[in-house]
Design a protein around this ligand. Structure first.
Ligand SMILES: *[C@@H]1O[C@H](CO)[C@@H](O)[C@H](O)[C@H]1NC(C)=O
Ligand SMILES: *[C@@H]1O[C@H](CO)[C@@H](O)[C@H](O)[C@H]1NC(C)=O
Ligand SMILES: *[C@@H]1O[C@H](CO)[C@@H](O)[C@H](O)[C@H]1NC(C)=O
Length: 553
């Protein structure tokens, strides 16, 4: 049936093609002009990110080799202090609860405001920045500077839905809720929709106050939105449906992910031969920022030994990155096996500080990725169809972990409750149940198709720059100044200008409800009147009939 339909459709298409061809004559065709007029369009873009080595410049594996052609200014954020072991953030990775870390992140964003504002100002002047491309996490100075200089800003969100309020059914495990609230109880939905945001608003009061004090220092007007000066700016989201929970977006918020480089470092000969000789390998890496406690390292290593012992897997590749193996060595209590792993003497467990992650994940013998679930790692895992065991630490990771599990390609473990049996049984499931690999392959297709959208992102940025040419006021140097509030008026949904009540049509619905109630009232009243009238008539009738009867006797 289907085939027949397809056939008919095909013939129909040919028929139309012939018709068109006849009416035009194939010699008369002209090519569509696809060239763009780029004359006088501003071109200098300043890309900034406050946190994250792998977010914009991937310093590890090999000094930003992916984006070598782009001039870079790299500096350590002293307030984050990733390089100092005793820094507050580093301690927070190991602490209980996500709340403390969030509080620290808020404190850091206030402390680093002025230093970063000054750095951005200097660089923007040097390169004559025409557009600010801001990684949104903590990056208040980027949006503020763009606003102050009258330059457009475009934000990029690396998996964190920080900018616009998400629909009610989306929440976040870092607030004790879930990424998807679909099947939650009334109590949980009430808590996550009403109580959590109220608590959060209360908590960020001091952050906003602190930020405004910092803004005053560099002569930027205060702003009361906890997300910064981001209203009416284009926000790009480095994610995709299939992984992300489905929801409707404003035109100002566009999905363009997964953003992946086109080339990656290849396997070293050692890794190549290790993988060839270990057909069931687990790759273990926690990205470039987070790490786990030495106790948890020991638990994971014991699990690896147990998995190899039970012949579930036969090899492990571990990129330690920021995890300090010497701390774990002290905890090993001269256990020969654990020590041999930590000294990289174990024949089936390969340990190194950095490794070419994408190349390892691409290898067919890498069966499971034990990861923290950061956005980049998750994207690479989906792109290579590698099932994951996720050990989230902070930020968007707990939410990513839930999404990956919902998508059916991953299982989660918790840093507060790591135990060998749980890990062993989950790895067994990941390897033995076919659904994990199948779902990973389903997501792989989505990731591959959607990875082309980075070119769409570049187009969107170019559209913003081109709009500046028409909306901007030109100064004596031929440079444009714009107002970020209405630069993108073609993309701003009218409800934002209509105000809360009109924008949500609350006035219309209120009147509709009142009318409905009034009508119900009138109808009810009339019904009551009729009923009463009938009742009285009826009883009167009966009484008079009784009278008549009595008279008759
Ligand atoms: C990043 O790479 C540069 C260039 O090799 C190096 O000088 C710098 O120390 C690295 N930064 C970090 C934070 O690792
Ligand atoms: C909620 O339950 C429905 C029906 O059992 C299921 O199809 C759906 O995937 C569940 N959603 C989540 C987020 O667990
Ligand atoms: C070493 O001893 C500590 C404290 O008794 C314990 O917590 C840890 O698990 C031991 N390490 C190993 C590898 O058995």
């Amino acid at each position: 049936m289907f085939l027949k339909n397809l056939f008919t459709l095909w013939h129909f298409a040919i028929f139309i093609a012939i018709l068109i061809n006849q009416s035009l004559g194939s010699e008369d065709l002209i090519k569509r002009d696809v060239s763009l007029d780029r004359n006088n369009v501003p071109k200098n873009i300043l890309v900034t990110s406050m946190v994250g080595r792998s977010r914009i410049q991937r310093n590890y594996t090999a000094q930003s080799i992916y984006y070598r052609s782009i001039p870079q200014v790299i500096f350590e954020n002293d307030y984050i202090g990733l390089d100092s072991k005793s820094s507050e953030v580093n301690k927070a990775f190991l602490e209980d609860g996500y709340e403390k870390l969030l509080a620290k992140v808020r404190k850091i964003s206030v402390q680093s405001y002025v230093p970063f504002y000054n750095i951005y100002t200097k660089v923007a002047e040097e390169i004559n920045a025409d557009l600010f491309f801001c990684d949104i996490l903590m990056n208040y100075p980027c949006f503020d500077l763009a606003w102050k200089l009258g330059k457009p800003a475009v934000g990029i969100d690396c998996g964190f839905s920080l900018i616009k309020p998400p629909p009610s059914y989306m929440s976040d495990p870092i607030h004790g809720c879930h990424a998807n609230m679909e099947n939650e109880s009334f109590y949980n939905r009430f808590r996550c929709e009403i109580l959590v945001p109220l608590k959060l608003t209360w908590k960020v009061r001091s952050t906003i106050k602190g930020l405004n004090a910092q803004r005053a220092i560099v002569d930027v007007e205060p702003h009361d939105n906890m997300f910064g000066r981001t209203s009416n700016t284009l926000m790009l989201s480095n994610s995709f449906y299939g992984f992300e929970i489905p929801h409707a977006n404003s035109p100002l918020y566009q999905e363009i992910g997964p953003v992946l480089p086109d080339t990656f470092p290849s396997l070293t000969p050692t890794l190549e031969s290790f993988l060839t000789n270990h057909p069931r390998t687990i790759y273990f890496a926690l990205g470039t920022i987070v790490f786990i406690s030495p106790q948890n390292v020991i638990t994971l290593l014991k699990s690896f030994l147990e998995l190899i012992n039970q012949d579930v897997i036969d090899g492990v590749i571990w990129s330690t990155v920021r995890t300090d193996t010497s701390d774990s060595l002290q905890l090993a209590n001269s256990s020969a096996q654990i020590s041999s792993i930590l000294n990289n003497n174990h024949p089936h467990i390969h340990v190194s500080k950095y490794s070419p992650q994408y190349a390892i994940l691409s290898h067919e013998n890498t069966r499971v990725f034990l990861s923290h679930g950061g956005a980049s790692s998750s994207h690479e895992s989906m792109y290579t169809a590698t099932p994951m065991l996720v050990l989230p630490i902070m930020g968007d990771q707990p939410s990513n972990a839930e999404k990956l599990e919902l998508a059916g390609m991953a299982l989660r473990i918790s840093k507060w409750d790591l135990n060998v049996n749980d890990i062993v049984s989950k790895v067994k499931r990941l390897l033995n149940e076919e659904s994990f690999k199948k779902n990973a392959e389903r997501l792989q297709f989505l990731a591959k198709v959607n990875s082309k959208r980075k070119y769409r992102a570049a187009d969107l940025i170019e559209i913003v720059l081109n709009t500046v040419k028409y909306e901007g006021v030109e100064d004596e140097n031929g440079r444009f100044k714009i107002n970020n509030e209405n630069l993108l008026r073609d993309w701003i949904t009218p409800d934002l200008r209509m105000g809360f009540i009109r924008g949500k049509y609350l006035d219309v619905y209120a009147v509709a409800i009142i009318l409905f109630l009034v009508l119900c009232g009138v109808f009810g009243y009339a019904l009551w009147k009729i009923a009463r009238y009938t009742y009285i008539r009826f009883s009167e009738n009966r009484i008079s009939q009784k009278h008549l009867k009595r008279k008759g006797e």
